[in-house]
Design a protein around this ligand. Structure first.
Ligand code: AVI
Length: 330
């Protein structure tokens, strides 16, 4: 039937997903084993995000204790027309850094009406599946997926210009970088945004320790599962023989460094082996898996200025727990 053929032709194609290889990013196996052998053993938080880890993170965002995602969403939805106006209106290229399931950006689509959506994430398989679903809901927006290890820098593939650029970095993911690295990354965002562009970023603010501790150590144990799952991912990537049952989740806010730290703590003496080596851990020894820095509004504003942003505006929730900032490159 002609009608059916028309319908078939109009069906959106799968969004293109490209992987940007980085010459600066160390090979996962080398990076992981160096981290495990270090005097203060550590695993980089980017290794949380295999398929299961990405899903566990989605579950975290639904926890009553994890206020970040919900609070940010309420700020964005409460001020959307104003934010879009400040960001230069409709028709931009929206570059979503650390896109995950792409849902946060999708909530901006109706007001922002981007000409193009570029979703960037390290978990390429999860990103591709998320983009494919989104493209079905928004067939008129051109979509591109970019697989990138952000810890080695933001390098976008060459694209013809489509409106000015709005970089979107929600969820306080900037908090997972140490302040100096965060400023370096913000500088890269400014460069990627171009002179006419802007950055829309979510930042978690300093608050009562009990609230922060609960957000990263929930009674259901979802964050514990998210943290422990990194060991399964590392076993696959680096050939280690971690037994998840021998480790426990530990998370706490350190007011001196203004960060929530996550660790995996050995429940008893344990030896972890890998091809060509291994390490003995005593009961109570820890592997550092993540930092999540918390800022004051003034402190984060100063970081944006250090990164070269000309001016910024901030919106907060009524409790002052979270901030969304729009920073103009020029
Ligand atoms: C992705 N990132 C902003 C989360 C955070 O809050 O630092 C990761 C996370 N770790 C434990 N819970 C959530």
């Amino acid at each position: 039937m002609p009608g059916d053929a028309d319908h078939f032709d109009a069906r959106p194609t799968k969004p293109r997903v490209v992987v940007v290889p980085s010459s600066q990013a160390p090979r996962p196996r080398d990076e992981i084993l160096a981290g495990l052998a270090a005097p203060r053993p550590a695993i980089a938080p980017k290794y949380f995000y295999d398929d299961l880890g990405s899903r566990l993170f989605e579950a975290i965002t639904q926890l009553p204790e994890y206020y970040l995602t919900r609070t940010e969403a309420s700020i964005l939805s409460g001020h959307l027309p104003e934010i879009v106006r400040e960001a230069g209106g409709e028709g931009a290229t929206l570059v979503d850094v650390g896109a995950g399931n792409c849902q946060k950006a999708a909530r901006l689509f109706s007001a922002l009406r981007p000409a193009r959506y570029v979703a960037v994430d390290i978990a390429v398989g999860f990103l591709a599946a998320s983009l494919e679903c989104l493209q079905r809901d928004f067939p008129d927006i051109e979509m591109l997926g970019v697989g990138i290890d952000l810890s080695a820098g933001l390098r976008l593939p060459p694209m013809d210009e489509r409106g000015r650029r709005l970089l979107f970095y929600p969820g306080s993911s900037i908090g997972n970088f140490a302040p100096d690295d965060a400023i370096a990354l913000l500088r890269q965002f400014r460069e990627a945004a171009g002179p006419e562009g802007a950055l829309l970023i979510g930042v978690d603010l300093i608050k009562e320790t009990t609230l922060l501790d609960a957000a990263y150590d929930d009674p259901l144990g979802v964050t514990a599962a998210f943290n422990l799952n990194v060991l399964l991912h590392v076993n696959r990537l680096a050939g280690t023989d971690f037994d998840v049952r021998k480790w426990r989740h530990a998370a706490f806010f350190d007011p001196v460094s203004s960060r929530v730290e996550m660790h995996l703590e050995a429940r008893a003496d344990v030896t972890v082996g890998w091809p060509g080596g291994g390490r003995r851990f005593k009961a109570g020894d820890r592997i550092h898996t993540e930092n999540s820095y918390k800022y004051t509004l003034e402190g984060f504003g100063a970081m944006l200025r250090d990164a070269g942003f000309a001016r910024s505006r901030a919106w907060c929730d009524p409790r002052g727990w979270f901030a969304v900032l729009l920073a103009q490159a020029r």
